[in-house]
Ligand binder design. Structure first.
Ligand code: ADP
Ligand code: MG
Length: 242
């Protein structure tokens, strides 16, 4: 399974018919088992790109070859839970085939076991984000898309969830796309980092991280981050940073 992306343009038109170019050129490919991480300035077109890659927006120029017949799990920038359904029902509705053992494991990993019967209105943003993650993983996706899943969480919770995502990603062969502003998330979770320009977005650097995820501790992450910052100081490169 492979994801091949060659988007050559995407624009929106406003009510006055004015053209607003959002994506310039986005070209990359990812294999099954790989995590692609996208880092770019706010408003550059990351969420727009993810919606195209998820197949939710077909109005663009270029080509995307999706994993054939694959199951998609998606965590949007906002948790997007059904407010009138419990936490457990939100997950079960998206993943009707999930068995109780897997559900219990996911709720335990994401520290949601005590919240199964709560409603979204009773949850903090951090909890709601975790439910959105549980829902995406319960689908047993072949293709997982995470749009800033750890944004606006406090550092300690974000760090814990980052490890939980690493565990979940490590337990399943799928193609994962992650958008983040946080270089720690990018380096902890990614196999390939894609740095994006300001709008209209293009990929300005592709940085592979070959060190296995399981070997990336605090010291390794610090070293890889330093290598990335050296590499991105004005220079374009596709060499390994680990
Ligand atoms: N449905 C839409 N209609 C018009 N403009 C949009 C729409 N969605 C996004 N945009 C515009 O496209 C640009 C990129 O948005 P987005 O993809 O959400 O950026 P990012 O996720 O990188 O912060 C922004 O200028 C935004 O206002
Ligand atoms: Mg966004």
């Amino acid at each position: 399974m492979q994801l091949e992306v060659d988007i050559t343009g995407k624009h929106f038109e406003n009510a006055a018919g004015e053209r607003h170019d959002v994506l310039a050129h986005i070209k990359f490919s990812l294999h099954a088992g790989e995590v692609g991480v996208f880092v770019g300035p706010s408003g550059c077109g990351k969420s727009t790109m993810l919606k195209i890659l998820a197949g939710l927006d077909r109005d663009y120029q270029g080509r995307v070859s999706h994993p054939a017949a694959g199951r998609l799990g998606m965590v949007f920038q906002e948790p997007r839970l059904l407010p009138w359904r419990s936490v457990e029902d939100n997950v079960r509705l998206a993943a009707p085939d999930v068995d109780e053992a897997r559900l219990a494991e996911l709720f335990a990993v994401l520290e949601l076991s005590a919240h199964r019967s709560h409603f979204p209105g009773e949850l903090s943003l951090g909890l709601a984000r975790r439910v959105a993650l549980a829902r995406a993983f319960a689908i047993e996706p072949d293709f997982l898309i995470l749009d800033e899943p750890l944004a606006s969480l406090d550092d300690a919770l974000a760090a814990r969830l980052r490890e939980e995502i690493a565990t979940l990603v490590g337990g399943r062969t799928m193609i994962t796309l992650l958008v983040t502003h946080n270089l720690d998330d990018a380096v902890r979770l990614g196999d390939r980092l894609f740095l994006m320009s300001a709008r209209p977005a293009r990929i300005v650097a592709e940085l592979p991280i070959s060190m296995p995820r399981s070997a990336r501790g605090v010291a390794e992450i610090t070293a890889i981050k330093a290598a990335i910052l050296r590499r991105t100081n004005g220079e374009r490169s596709e060499q390994d940073v680990s």
